[in-house]
Design a protein around this ligand. Structure first.
Ligand code: TK8
Length: 338
């Protein structure tokens, strides 16, 4: 099937322009396989669709995106490897799962780094966000834009979390990197790193008691069906990043790259707006679906914050003091302005 398509395509290009004049761009697949982890009916799925439509429109139909959700092409980490090897063209996923490839990505896992999504946008779209994304190039990936995953909240099936002591012994699924593991261990939980695609089943079979993700994901992944308690913690802001295979990107001409970049920016603006609108409704919807929701008292929120900000020094060491200081200076500038 693959073979026939490739041959048919070669034959078609040969008629239009003799093979001797064929540019590398004419023999690469015009279909862009774009993988993502959430399902189609999620903020991630909706934004991938916008990206696909824009690529098709801006390229006059010459470039087409085949969007494949629900981790059908693999977990974030598996897809990253496929991009690096050139077996897949594009994906969107958590920056947190890139920390094993580019240590500077750990910057975005800093608990309580941003006070608002406006701060996150300003930093991620600014020079520090660009610098961190550009570090991926040496590793075979091109980081195009950051999307909003969002502020993360905690759910579990054991009991409401109202005090720091309630974290004790909870088996909590965390994203696969050392910052998340260390952060949650400092709260006393039993932190279990798992890919997102295994999470629903792990919750359903009670292999883990809880997890943490933004309201949007809790809702679109139907975690409310297998989780009873939701605690509003806003403990960290997670970005997603749209990635391209560097191997593939290097075969594109300037016009094609521009199509992808313009479509990425358009999808980013759509995605952030859509995500924020959905987040504003999602909490009420989760309550209506039976989740028991609680907020931490200011005193308990502070105790949690203190524990989590204690990991800041080790993040600064991991990403490098210069980058850490640059980020803090950038944040101070933004906060001064507003
Ligand atoms: C989706 C993941 C997800 C993330 C997680 O592939 O793993 O909990 O929040 O969005 O990247």
């Amino acid at each position: 099937m693959k073979r026939r398509t490739a041959l048919a395509y070669l034959a078609a290009t040969a008629v239009v322009s003799p093979m001797v004049h064929a540019q590398p761009s004419e023999i690469r697949p015009r279909i862009i396989r774009f993988g993502y982890g959430l399902n189609e009916n999620s903020n991630q799925g909706r934004a991938v669709k916008v990206f696909a439509q824009e690529v098709e429109r801006l390229s006059g139909g010459k470039m087409r995106v085949r969007a494949i959700g629900a981790a059908a092409l693999g977990t974030d980490i598996q897809m990253q490897q496929a991009l690096i090897g050139g077996a897949q063209e594009m994906m969107v996923g958590s920056t947190a799962t890139l920390v094993g490839i580019t240590k500077e990505m750990a910057l975005w896992d800093t608990p309580f780094l941003f006070n608002s999504s406006a701060e996150a946008d300003a930093v991620l779209d600014g020079p520090v966000g660009r610098k961190v994304a550009d570090k991926l190039q040496d590793k075979g990936l091109v980081g195009l834009v950051y999307w909003e995953n969002g502020f993360r909240q905690l759910t579990n099936n054991k009991h409401p979390i109202t005090r720091l002591e309630d974290f004790q012994g909870i088996k909590l699924r965390v994203m696969q990197n050392n910052i998340f593991i260390d952060s949650f261990k400092s709260l006393g939980v039993n932190a279990i790193p798992l890919p997102f695609s295994e999470l629903f089943t792990a919750l359903e079979t009670r292999a883990v008691d809880g997890q943490e993700n933004p309201y949007n994901t809790i809702l679109s992944s139907k975690f409310h069906e297998v989780q009873k308690y939701l605690t509003i913690t806003n403990h960290v802001y997670s970005p997603w990043i749209v990635l391209a295979s560097k191997k593939w990107w290097d075969t594109l001409n300037a016009a094609e790259r521009k199509v992808l970049l313009d479509a990425a920016v358009k999808s980013r603006d759509f995605e952030r707006k859509d995500t924020r609108e959905e987040a504003a409704r999602a909490l009420a919807e989760l309550k209506a679906k039976g989740m028991q929701v609680n907020e931490l008292s200011p005193a308990e929120a502070n105790r949690m914050r203190e524990k989590l900000t204690a990991v800041h020094a080790s993040i600064a060491d991991q990403v490098g003091r210069d980058l850490w200081n640059e980020l803090q200076a950038e944040l101070a500038k933004i906060r001064n302005r507003s």
